[in-house]
Write a protein that binds this ligand. Structure first.
Ligand code: UDP
Length: 254
């Protein structure tokens, strides 16, 4: 396949021009970074797994009517997506206290929250993605009040659906980060789920043992990082058919 023009390279993905106007190709790398790229590494096979996991979750979400940028997976590391105008916000939804919430507010990691919390972060790595509130978002024009209403409603639907989906395979969805974009069609604009949903941007704990199966294994040097991602894919029933070269066979985390 002819190499397409590269438009953007991020920490974990590369975007290429798509085959038709209004489409892009999203390529998943094995590169991993944490703490705003202060920690860098490679997780072998991560790109292949995240491509699959994100495809699976976006497709399931589309089935319940959540609009997404996903069109179809092209190969082991690439998927075809709709070109959207990314809204510069990282939307975090939390069900259990962990990470920055636990640290900032002194809440014991693992405490179940009485209700889900939605947080907004301004997507700007030069500023270290600062947490912002609705006032900042509308004041600086990152999103209109109506857009934000749509975003929160979609984020909560995603949370409810994914919480149930993961619980069904013995995984607790602790928290996750998602991004949205504006999709322009004719004279209409719709807000759609964009980016990816994978163990890079979710906290996923084994419901019985509490074992972490997400990027915290990398962030916190817990070891068996690829095995964690692989276990998520295995439980969702989507281990790639041709991943033998890239990945070892499924192993437990213990
Ligand atoms: N997250 C992310 N990208 C970021 C920051 C956070 O994908 O730049 C995800 C992270 O994986 C977790 C959730 O958002 O699932 C909440 O992260 P938190 O605010 O606790 O920050 P962290 O502890 O990861 O720095």
């Amino acid at each position: 396949m002819a190499r397409r023009r590269q438009l953007f390279e991020g920490k974990a993905k590369i975007l290429f021009e798509g085959p038709e106007p209004g489409t892009l190709v999203q390529y998943f790398k094995d590169d991993a970074s944490a703490f705003n790229a202060q920690k860098k590494g490679t997780i072998t096979g991560k790109g292949v797994l995240n491509n699959r996991i994100s495809e699976y979750l976006m497709m399931r979400l589309a089935e319940i009517g959540v609009p997404t940028h996903f069109i179809r997976r092209l190969n082991m590391r690439e998927q075809l997506i709709r070109e959207v105008e990314i809204i510069p916000l990282e939307i975090v939804v939390r069900n259990v206290a962990a990470g920055s919430l636990a640290t900032r507010l002194g809440i014991q990691e693992g405490t179940r929250l009485p209700r889900s919390i939605v947080e907004y972060y301004y997507k700007n790595s030069a500023l270290n993605n600062p947490m912002v509130c609705e006032e900042h978002i509308t004041c600086f024009g990152w999103a209109a009040t109506q857009d934000l209403d749509d975003i929160v409603a979609l984020a909560l639907r995603v949370n409810d659906f994914l919480t149930g989906l993961f619980l069904g395979v013995g995984i607790t969805l602790v928290d996750f980060k998602i991004e949205f974009g504006r999709l322009f069609e004719n004279d209409d604009m719709r807000i759609v789920l964009a980016d990816e949903i994978s163990p890079d941007n979710c906290r996923l704990w084994d419901t019985k043992t509490g074992e972490k199966m997400d990027k915290d294994r990398f962030r916190r040097d817990l070891g068996k990082v690829e095995e964690g991602y692989q276990e998520v894919a295995r439980r969702l029933g989507i281990l790639p058919e041709a991943g033998i070269r890239d990945m070892k066979g499924p192993e437990g985390l213990q």
